[in-house]
Design a protein around this ligand. Sequence first.
Ligand code: NDP
Ligand code: ZN
Length: 355
Amino acid sequence: MNNIFTIPATGYAMLSKDSKFTPIEFTRHSVGDNDILIEILYSGICHSDIHTAKDEWGGTSYPCIPGHEIAGQVIAVGKNVTKFKIGDYAGVGCMVNSCGECEACKASQEQFCQQGKTVYTYNCPDFFHGGKITFGGYSSNIVVSQNFAIKVRANAPLDKVAPLLCAGITTYSPLKFSKIKAGDKVGVAGFGGLGMMALKYAVKMGAQVSVFARNENKKADALALGATSFYTNTDKNIVNERFDLIISTIPTSYDVIAYIDLLKFGGELAIVGLPPYKEAPSVSIIDLVHKAGKKIYGSLIGGIKETQEMLDFSLENEIYPETILITPNQIDEAYEKLTNGSGQFRYVIDMKASN
Ligand code: NDP
Ligand code: ZN
């Protein structure tokens, strides 16, 4: 096979789980007939990037270039591309390809490709390009099938768009799945990048929203963004309200049953947070059976169609993440803050900023 990895790129990589981010040069695969080449302008830092970069879930390949909250500008298009033209804005989230033929892909739930061919944006074999491990968005450019790129209207604030591609869709999707409507009571557990978006969407949908955090640091922010209560305790005797839906975005160990206890009869707990495997909480089957009448489900990002819907909804309603722009040489510092409890909401790397 001819070498298809012809497009030069630069990126910021972890070289081992304990290293610092280091600039590297690499190549992207060439622009196929259905592909677009995007110059990356902004890349959000998701806690999944940290879990992966530090090998907290196991199975990380190094060098590892994370980043699946990508916003940029199209600089080349394949000959069959109709969705984008050069100069358009585009976004890329957690996936860059899938089989396209199975039941899940046909339903635009590509994250559940039944052939196991979902290609995640980083740290994943690219089944369609020789199995090479994918590199994410902390980089200069990316080549992606037009079907997996999200259209972003001209003049959109791209630094704010980037985090929507993961934090946005991952919280929008369970709110839709649980059919949240005006007057419903929603709890948001874990108030970082994802939690902040869950609060904003739920408020926009007319829900009454409470936030659960592990300290008081962001209480004022939560109330300013429309939360009606803010808790640092999940004791059902102290929390004096019950919820239709609680979305847990917590990336550490915690008591899952305590949140189930805070659901109304028929209420739902949507789990999106993915703690490191060594500290992932387990749930007692006996407890679960005794808590019957409530539902608990996991939720994984959202399909491409829903991601486009989420992005259009966000731009139309001006629902944007709270962000802090950083330069590439501040990535290590941002990781440290997001791990030690001093993190703000979403750090977004300005990929064009010089160090
Ligand atoms: P952030 O680090 O931005 O936010 C996590 C928040 O949780 C922080 O505010 C942190 O508090 C808070 N927190 C930590 N431990 C607790 C606790 N025990 N109780 C209450 N709050 C707690 O992470 P993200 O929002 O980017 O990601 C959250 C999780 O979601 C990660 O595990 C990530 O991998 C996962 N994820 C899952 C996806 C999916 O598809 N299911 C997609 C994207 C992410 P503090 O401010 O004090 O640090
Ligand atoms: Zn993410």
